[in-house]
Design a protein around this ligand. Sequence first.
Ligand SMILES: [Fe+2]
Length: 337
Amino acid sequence: MSCFFKLFTITGLVAFISGSAAELNIYSHRHYDSDAILFKQFSEETGIKINVVKGSADQLIQRLISEGSNSPADVLLTVDAGRLHRAKVAGILQPVQSDKLLRRVPSPLRDPEGYWYGMTVRSRVIVYSKDRVKPSELSTYEALARPEWKGRIVVRSSGNIYNQSLLASIMVANGEEKALNWAKAIRKNMARSPRGSDRDQARAVAAGLADLAIMNTYYLGILSNSSVEADRKVAASLGVFFPNQDGRGAHINVSGAGVTVSSKNKKEAIQFLEFLTSESSQETFTKVNYEYPVVIGNNQHGLLKNWGPFKADTLNLSILGAKNAEAVRLFDRAGWE
Ligand SMILES: [Fe+2]
């Protein structure tokens, strides 16, 4: 008898007793330490083993399309509402109803029909050199188009979905014509042609190549806590400014998840999404990856607290997905590579 039990791992035993599905297959574009911690916790609590397939969001979406109903995937986990919307339109997600998810995830941060739910929030903000820029000189995304910023801005390429979603939000707020002119003016104000990652923009500002960057908050958190001293120095020289606080609020986006249309374990997949939105998981995302919880203002880690409270744009993020193709076209017309 004792031999028999030795065959079980703890998680296997829990699964055996609870009669739950033994496995859940997650296709994930996220590559953060927080996720590995949470996957392990989920398995320990439920006995459900998690298998992760990693890839770029576009690869994973393509793979789900070609695998169709034969796909072993249960959950797609990715960043940016623009991509989540793309997955919904491609027909690879199914709608999910869950009281817990509806209660925990504010409506602008989830698909109106339940095809995907935001799991974490990030804001795309102005990160500036504390030496060369005073926060009093900053106000809105729109104000960065003024000639006084000529040669002082760095930001990554227009192929990046974070920028596409930001421009989509500006299109919704100001109309297409003004959004186009904004993109043209920002391109003119750039210190160099767009290249590199968000972290590279921070490094460029710290190195004196430019005075400010448009980038996502959590990358500054990652740099601040890096094991590389040079990166910690970069972060220490930079300040965070949340734009448009007197107006619509700073642009935010989510990383989020949806249950695949092929899922053979829908109940457990929903349980997994609910787990990720629990107070304890939200705190892990915040502490380990410096993202905001979906209920912004809750569970803020020290660093996020230092950045201060902010007003976020309440635009329903599914609109960013719907406007994505238009944003890409505007970037092309604006000459933003
Ligand atoms: Fe990112």
